[in-house]
Design a protein around this ligand. Structure first.
Ligand SMILES: C[S@@+](CC[C@H](N)C(=O)[O-])C[C@H]1O[C@@H](n2cnc3c(N)ncnc32)[C@H](O)[C@@H]1O
Length: 240
């Protein structure tokens, strides 16, 4: 499994600050994966609760194992776009790169917004355009593959703002988050991390692409590991 927690450590601090989960909050984490941000929320909401939803059963199995000992946390295998959440229930909705994959974003965010109480906070991390993300351009060039459009589907603030407004959200703001992403302690680990993601996406780079990939990750080795530049939007909003 790709280690998003290690990849996204600096991003996670931005999300945590923006979500500002309080003691009594009921928190919804959309596309929670293995649940690090859900656990962060549960630890902050000591008298509240955190629910993580994801469509991946294996990711949720890991999330549950890692969350043993937290009594105010739950995970559900569900498509957040259509799941029947309790109405006007949550005080905070957050997501670390888990909301870019909806086929119908207005319908999906409308469904999520209905689960938020009026005035509830939303804090989402999404990728900016592919060409602003070195991890995408460098790895894509090495593998000879175009960017996967879904990952960048909310990159345009104007259209994403329209989506969120249509869904019933207000006070929508986009903050530029420029932080490195971490792919592993050394080029060999970073190569394997990318190969894991490629296999998960159903692709199998040929030997020449693998050689280019090894060179590309080696070119980004630093004393702190293999890192690439990245640009994300931290989107904040409120339920109207
Ligand atoms: C890039 S991963 C991020 C996972 C997690 N938020 C993290 O930062 O570790 C995107 C996640 O969104 C989930 N996802 C995609 N579409 C979804 C949907 N419609 N409903 C719920 N989860 C979804 C995927 O299964 C995946 O776990």
């Amino acid at each position: 499994m790709f280690d998003y927690d290690a990849e996204l450590r600096p991003h996670t601090a931005h999300l945590r600050a923006a979500a500002a989960v309080d003691t009594n909050d009921r928190v919804l984490d959309v596309g929670c994966g293995t649940g690090q941000t859900t656990r962060d929320a549960a630890r902050a909401a000591t008298a509240g609760s955190a629910l993580g939803v994801d469509i991946s059963g294996p990711a949720l199995a890991t999330a549950r194992t890692r969350s043993a000992g937290l009594s105010n946390i739950a995970f559900e295998e569900a498509d957040a776009a259509v799941h029947a959440f309790p109405a006007a229930h949550f005080d905070v909705c957050l997501s670390r790169f888990g909301t870019m994959f909806f086929a119908d974003p207005v319908a999906a965010f409308t469904n999520i917004a209905m689960a938020l109480r009026p005035g509830a906070r939303l804090a989402l991390l999404v990728w900016q355009a592919a060409e602003r993300n070195e991890w995408s351009t460098v790895i894509g060039e090495a593998l000879g593959t175009p960017p996967r459009p879904a990952a960048f589907s909310l990159a345009d603030p104007a259209s994403t703002g329209d989506v969120l407004t249509s869904a019933g959200l207000t006070d929508i703001a986009f903050t530029d988050v420029r932080e490195p992403v971490y792919y592993g302690p050394d080029p060999s680990a970073a190569f394997e991390a990318v190969m894991y993601l490629e296999r998960a996406a159903g692709t199998d780079p040929d030997p020449a692409a693998r050689r280019r990939l090894r060179a590309a990750v080696a070119g980004h080795a630093t004393p702190a590991g293999v890192t690439f530049d990245s640009r994300a939007w931290l989107i904040t909003a409120h339920r109207a």
